[in-house]
Write a protein that binds this ligand. Structure first.
Ligand code: GLY
Length: 380
């Protein structure tokens, strides 16, 4: 593996990339105060984001990028709309808009991030309300947090999904800040259930698993955004790597470290020549299809989280792999126009929606840069 990943540490280049992203953020800030970017238009329509209502799973990523920018630069200008962000995310909880397993993404990168940066107690209280609402989706019998839909109402089954791993840091944080062990107990139980069913024996992953809400029994693996039930959706595998690495950071449960490490090996083995994965591991340079640059940037964050727990040689390989992927993303998939908020091209949400910028790919790319420059797990 080490011979494949050759990009050297290049702080000057990472700082240049950060500066380009931060210029985009300065220009985007007034356009996205209570409405947020999600998925851009297609290349033929200019790869432009439009401000969307705060009712999607992605609404927190732009505020999260502003928080990363404030953290990196110390420039409070990036937080000039923080009261709008908090008002918007409070209204979302008050009106129970789009309440789902994604409360972790939504409130970690808005309320928790703002609390960590500013000490604002209202932000902390808001994040704790979100954590409580996420716990309402916990099925005690099955020991899982339900994805999508009305709680415990299935036809006849409900689903768990790998994406939910990134929602667990909200619960781990809530446990730490309140001293209430129930939050971490739920998060830990859910992670074990994901490891039991969503992660296959060879450490590839199902995107989703059907669960019987009455008995809590697992039924079978399915996909939602991947190619086929039995293939591996690249972004799902990236959620596994990063989610289990973060779960290990909080719990020090050896199983979570092993899952993240082995899943990372699967991800690396499936990288094509330019180090940016096709959207499902069914595809490769011989059978090409669209790439998903967002899977690459989620993965590099997870790999750098994982590197902290590796011995020197393995950690050096992890960092070399992350640097090489970042270099390819910058050389081939970076949108340099400062007036377009999107950072990375060639991401896909659903295969049918085509290759676009997506705000979560931009977020994780920027977080990766902060990590390469010596940062920690940021707001997770
Ligand atoms: N969490 C939704 C997705 O990855 O598309």
């Amino acid at each position: 593996m080490s011979e494949r990943f050759t990009a050297p540490q290049d702080d000057a280049l990472y700082l240049q990339m950060c500066a380009e992203i931060e210029e985009k953020l300065r220009r985007a800030a007034p356009l996205y105060t209570r409405r947020y970017p999600h998925v851009s238009t297609l290349p033929a329509e200019g790869l432009r984001y439009t401000p969307e209502e705060n009712n999607l799973w992605t609404s927190s990523f732009l505020p999260g990028m502003m928080c990363l920018a404030a953290k990196r630069t110390g420039d409070a200008a990036f937080l000039q709309y923080k009261d709008d962000y908090l008002a918007s995310f409070k209204a979302r909880l008050d009106n129970r808009v789009g309440i789902s397993h994604d409360l972790g993404f939504l409130y970690t990168l808005s309320a928790v991030a703002l609390y960590k940066l500013t000490g604002d107690e209202e932000a902390r209280a808001l994040a704790l309300r979100a954590a409580d609402m996420l716990c309402e989706r916990y099925n005690e019998k099955g020991r899982y947090i339900q994805a999508w839909g009305e709680f415990n109402v299935g036809t006849p089954y409900v689903k768990i999904i790998v994406d939910t791993m990134l929602n667990l840091p909200l619960l781990f944080w809530a446990g730490e800040t309140t001293g209430n062990a129930r939050y971490a107990d739920i998060a830990t139980a859910h992670a074990h259930t994901c490891a039991d069913y969503l992660v296959r024996e060879d450490y590839s992953s199902f995107h989703t698993y059907l669960m019987d809400p009455a008995t809590g029994k697992a039924v079978e693996g399915r996909t939602h955004q991947g190619f086929h039930d039995n293939t591996t959706w690249a972004r799902g595998q990236a959620w596994v790597v990063t989610g289990f690495a973060l779960a290990y950071t909080y719990t020090k449960e050896p199983r979570f470290l092993e899952v993240s490490r082995k899943a990372a090996e699967v991800f690396l083995q499936n990288l094509p020549a330019d180090f940016v994965p096709y959207w499902d591991f069914t595809f490769n340079d011989h059978i090409p299809d669209l790439r998903d640059s967002s899977a690459a940037s989620i993965f590099t964050c997870g790999l750098l989280e994982l590197a902290q727990y590796a011995d020197n040689a393995e950690a050096a390989q992890d960092r070399a792999a992350a640097r090489t992927i970042v270099r390819s993303l910058y050389d081939h998939y970076f949108l340099h126009d400062p007036d377009r908020a999107g950072v990375l091209t060639d991401a896909i949400y659903h295969r049918d929606t085509g290759a676009t910028c997506v705000i979560w790919g931009d977020y994780f790319f920027y977080e990766t840069l902060l990590r390469l420059l010596g940062g920690d797990k940021c707001f997770w």
